[in-house]
Write a new protein. Structure first.
Length: 142
């Protein structure tokens, strides 16, 4: 597809996408618009039901058109696959899972380089990891 004036840019790079850095207790969320990832929030609960309720609200509130979720390995990976199936029960929005290896490490590196105070790093780690998932998603699209 042609790019430029009067043409729609290829694929979903400019639509609203939600990224999920899934954790059993802390789930980081980020959104992107126009291809720019922004931290959204962390959902801190062990309840998948509560996490799913928050996701439903976000999908509507931000008019989300795609979901990117980090896929883990082992037991956590199995849990994430089950969580994805739960999301698919209430939405037909496309879901892409990408490798989340080292996203938390990259998020920590980013925070250190940008002088984020130590006391704030733990609370921001998961949303920054979700931003990194979005960046990796966009890199895979190019």
């Amino acid at each position: 597809m042609k790019k430029g004036f009067g043409f729609i840019p290829a694929f979903r790079k400019f639509n609203m996408i939600l990224a999920i850095d899934y954790g059993r207790v802390h789930m980081g969320l980020a959104i992107s618009q126009s291809g720019i990832p922004s931290p959204l929030r962390v959902i801190s609960t062990r309840s998948d039901q509560r996490k799913l309720e928050d996701i439903k609200q976000i999908l509507t509130e931000y008019n989300i058109e795609g979901i990117v979720i980090g896929k883990g390995s082992g037991e956590l990976g199995n849990h994430i696959r089950g969580f994805i199936q739960k999301i698919k029960k209430f939405t037909s929005i496309p879901i892409t899972s990408i490798d989340e290896t080292l996203t938390s490490n990259h998020a920590l590196d980013y925070m250190i380089k940008n002088n984020v105070p130590v006391k704030k790093r733990k609370s921001l780690e998961h949303t920054y990891a979700a931003c990194i998932l979005l960046e990796e998603y966009y890199e895979q699209q190019n």
